[in-house]
Design a protein around this ligand. Sequence first.
Ligand code: ATP
Length: 440
Amino acid sequence: MPGIRLDSVSKVFDGRQLAVDRVSLDISPGECMVLLGPSGCGKTTLLRMIAGLEEPTEGTLWFGRTEITDLPPKERGVALVFQNGALYPHRTARENIRFPLRMAAEDHEESHAKVTGVANILGIDETLDRFPRTLSGGERQRVAIGRALVRQPRVFLMDEPLSNLDATMRTELRQEIGAMVRDLDVTTVYVTHDQVEALTLADRIAIMRGGRIEDVGTPEQIFHDPATAFTAGFLGTPRINLMSATVRVTDHHRVSLDFGAQSISLPPVDRRSLILTDHDGERVIVGARSDAFTPAAGGSANQLSGALRALEFHGSDWMAFVQADIELVNPDLVGRTSRTTAPERGSARTRHASARDSGLTTFAKAIPGVRQVRDRIVRRRRTPPPAAQATAATHRRADLVIELGDASALQPGTKVHLTVDTSRLHIFDESGRRVDRVTR
Ligand code: ATP
């Protein structure tokens, strides 16, 4: 089976709707790549371009060493399963699965064996002679997957195949799909907005946002070592605490993160200390997951404190909501404002924006219909929003959310002190990019 390569692929709908924005991605043979992101970020459009159902406006697509950009869908050897894998209602499950083999005029005996084999993998042997209306949602979706797989595709594409199922069925089928794509060793692209599906199924996850790929890595890398504040905020329940801070550097080159009324210091050996010593007075975003804090007696170093506003019992643990008077940053908005900001300071982010501008210029020259979109995008990027407005949109006073195994010693309404594990902090610049190197 081939790997998949997307080389600077874009899709503009109706000459104005930029759905996918210069996406480049390499998917290895046999790999399961999950495209994860919020609604409207371009996941389905990207998948449809791989399937050949949508023509890219720019860029090239490859299966192995063969360019498939202009290859009709039928010739790509791709199987596609949608949210609602519509079945033929007047055909049994067996006939539904066998349908693509009949279309290809495959030998009866052989196709019978293939249908039985696929049904076996999917655990639907018992339901083969039933009609779709008599099947549960999960069984119908299994039949749809069986129909997609029976012709042994080179590439398997799934677009939110579990989203119409109830929670129990979703978990069950998710595990089966995971086992199946590994057993079959078929290159798979799976679209979802569900982080649990992504974390459990993927060999690697590509996080999408606004038509672009924000981060790519294994589930562990994306979760523990997120490249951007958006990625950090998209994965994990409860959401990561993203705190707005100012870098302070002492005469002895010690770096502390100043949250306003309180601060914490980074150990001198911490690699971020070295990086941040040149950034005295700059604003950063400090990410701390809910389990990076431990309640402690007051008075020791590297603590944050605040009023315990509420405690919630979540079954195996508790959530504490602490009013620490720290400005929190909304991960959905951070970095979005920077896309519209003029490239002034030559940061990594603005350099990237300039490079993209020049790419769009070339693109627009080549395709005149796209020029207006390019102009509008570039104009938007170059119109700096009023600083106060940008801050108001991304920052707010809110509670830190802290996960606790045991909350018996805590009382809502009292002051709590929290020791912070600085090794577990993620530090991002104001545009949401990590200040230190991300390992991939
Ligand atoms: P969801 O999770 O809600 O399905 P998605 O991440 O799959 O979203 P897409 O369906 O790829 O996102 O859509 C990306 C953007 O392109 C959206 O703004 C959408 O409105 C737009 N779009 C998608 N298809 C078309 C189309 N045929 N014509 C015009 N705009 C489209």
